[in-house]
Write a protein of this length. Structure first.
Length: 115
């Protein structure tokens, strides 16, 4: 499979505004933000979609992604007011980039249901 844009961000072939990194995870501002704060939290491991997640294998990674989201939300001053975390999965889920990513959205009141 060809490299996704997010793999190229991990390998620094493509620039991004990175806000968080550790050995498992990278997080950076979305290039086309849908809210005043819109950050993408991705695993460095290449996982295409939520469908490839196996709870017994990936529980630690998912927990680390949530920990990162909480830390970034504090740093971006959206923690107390609240925020939204979203995984889009597959065509009907609206997924465009097939490298697992958690959207962190905040800085305004979110609508429900989503479009
Ligand atoms: P999806 O629709 O797959 O859940 O979300 C993909 C997200 O990646 C979109 O919100 C889109 O704006 C963002 N995106 C696409 N290409 C790039 C890029 O090259 N750099 C960054 N920072 N974000 C991107």
């Amino acid at each position: 499979m060809s490299k996704t844009i997010f793999s190229k961000i991990i390998s620094r072939e493509i620039p991004a505004n990175i806000v968080f990194e550790n050995d498992q995870i990278l997080a950076f501002h979305d290039i086309n933000p849908k809210a005043p704060v819109h950050i993408l939290i991705i695993p460095k491991e290449e996982i295409e979609t939520v469908r490839q997640i196996d709870g017994s294998k990936h529980a630690g990674l998912l927990g680390a992604m949530i920990d990162a989201a909480n830390q970034i939300a504090k740093e971006q001053n959206i923690y107390e007011d609240g925020f939204r975390l979203v995984f889009n999965c597959g065509e009907n889920g609206g997924q465009e980039v097939y490298h697992l990513h958690l959207h962190l959205l905040g800085g305004r009141a979110m609508k429900w249901p989503p479009g």
